[in-house]
Design a binder for this molecule. Structure first.
Ligand code: NI
Length: 484
């Protein structure tokens, strides 16, 4: 049932779905049949594919793999996809697509998808739903991505669907395969049935919606269609249309895309190396923000930086102005590694005991010390001891980032105490408080980070965990708000 709902959502895009009883009238929802237009399209010859080359994932410049295992509704979901640095349009398209599928899977059990469903989700025996979005072609200035959904129902039946999308690395736009073809092109397909897989050139009711079409630089069309098969299987069928036949099927957008596929430039996005921080969506994957206060320290902070680098983790450092002024080179290393920096006052006082002018002075001197070290002042702050009242909130002039999980690392000075405490209390979206000035805190980081990553957490900076939530000066934040 859930499988049906998830795939039913997808069937808007791909009109071949298991068990949905699609017929000719359903196809007409996609596009009214214009009989006269058939004559405008040369009837194409469909050929079986020569190889699987156009259906195999490829590496693309700036691409990096993501995965997610979650128990959503009654299903064990396994998702894998590839973001591409410098292509926010493609990355946010993938996020929306994945969240749509996950929400559809969660709906029957009375809710929306939450990242918490992906924490420690690997040991489930539920029926599977497999979701993937991988590049299958990179040519000219275009990256072609195939999105696939396949699932097994509780009754053992299976179904699958797929679609290709086209990301233009110059304009940043994302187009669906269907936009590349004239609506009339579909009508010409079943006319040449000989030697062609039945699902592609069969009765009109089983025509592909031309949602999964790879247009190659040579102008060929490689089509994939899915149809239910006996024995709980779902068959995938493929065909190729030659460049000569394909030419008349292309829309204006299709011809434009063909030109870009043939462009001499590389598809490498120009901004790929601009930031060490890569796109992550904390509504999709479970995130946590590790934060380290009171440094930078000449001895312990470099040790922590080495661990974070080894674990491929970005974190946030709330520096005091006095320590940033004493250790500017270390502050610079923190910034250059891609970590975020917050203002933690100059001399670490209780701000609630200072006048507004005193609070401003603590903030300004710290901004100046950090700016001198790293080139820019922090855009957010954390009051020492978490001590803030309405007057302090007004005076600091920045968003106040507190925490959802207090490690109390300074109190126990013992990884065997604070690591289990954090692991027990953490939830997706949490900001975690620690201190990078104590060797015992550093001693627990390998174990803490390894455990969090094993549980499914992606560890991100404070700006990343609040992405999409405007941080307002004077307001207090402890964890990422849930998606509404
Ligand atoms: Ni502090």
């Amino acid at each position: 049932m859930i499988l049906r709902i998830v795939l039913g959502w997808f069937c808007v895009l791909v009109l071949i779905c298991a068990g949905d009883g699609l017929n000719g009238s359903t196809v007409s929802l996609q596009q009214p049949r214009a009989a006269a237009a058939v004559n405008n399209v040369d009837v194409p010859v469909l050929r079986p594919p020569l190889s699987d080359a156009r259906w195999t994932p490829v590496q693309v410049p700036g691409g990096y793999p993501m995965s997610l295992t979650a128990v959503v509704g009654a299903h064990q979901v396994k998702a894998s996809w590839t973001y591409v640095d410098g292509l926010p349009g493609l990355n946010s398209h993938l996020d929306s697509w994945l969240l749509g599928i996950l929400d559809a899977a969660a709906t029957p059990s009375g809710g929306r998808y939450r990242p918490a469903m992906a924490v420690n989700a690997s040991q489930s025996a539920n029926p599977g739903l497999t979701v993937s979005a991988q590049p299958v072609q990179a040519a000219g200035t275009v990256i072609v991505v195939r999105e696939k959904v396949s699932g097994t129902g509780a009754d053992g039946t299976s179904a699958a669907s797929s679609e290709t999308i086209y990301a233009d690395t110059v304009s940043g736009e994302v187009h669906r395969a269907a936009e590349l073809l004239r609506p009339e092109a579909l009508d010409a397909l079943p006319a040449r049935a000989a030697g062609v897989p039945a699902g592609i050139a069969g009765p009109a009711a089983q025509q592909p919606a031309l949602s999964d079409v790879v247009l190659t630089p040579s102008g060929e069309l490689h089509i994939t269609a899915h149809r239910p098969a006996g024995g709980g299987r779902s068959d995938q069928e493929k065909a190729t249309i030659s460049a000569g036949d394909a030419e008349a099927m292309l829309s204006d957008m299709g011809r434009k895309m063909l030109g870009q596929l043939q462009a001499a430039e590389s598809p490498a996005p120009a901004t790929a190396a601009a930031s060490p921080l890569r796109h992550v969506n904390c509504d999709l994957v479970p995130c946590a923000a590790l934060t380290y206060d009171d440094g930078p320290d000449a001895r312990t902070t470099p040790q922590l930086l080495a661990i974070l680098k080894e674990k491929n983790v970005h974190a946030t450092f709330f520096m005091t102005g006095s320590n940033a002024a004493s250790n500017p080179a270390i502050a610079r290393q923190v910034a250059e590694a891609g970590h975020a920096i917050g203002n933690h006052t100059f001399s670490h006082p209780y701000l609630t005991k200072l006048s507004a002018a005193g609070v401003r002075s603590e903030m300004d001197r710290t901004d100046a010390a950090i700016r001198a070290a790293v080139g820019s002042a922090p855009s957010f702050m954390r009051p020492p001891y978490g001590a803030a009242d309405a007057a302090v909130q007004r005076a600091v002039g920045k968003p106040l980032i507190l925490w959802a999980v207090d490690s109390l690392d300074w109190q126990s000075k013992n990884p065997a105490v604070f690591v289990p405490k954090v692991l027990k209390e953490i939830t997706p979206g949490a900001v975690v408080l620690m201190h990078d000035v104590d060797p015992t805190t550093i001693a627990g980081q390998q174990e803490l980070i390894t455990n969090l990553q094993t549980q499914g957490y992606t560890l991100v900076t404070v700006p990343q965990i609040f992405e999409g939530t405007p941080l307002v000066a004077g307001h207090v934040y402890r964890s990422r708000p849930e998606r509404r």
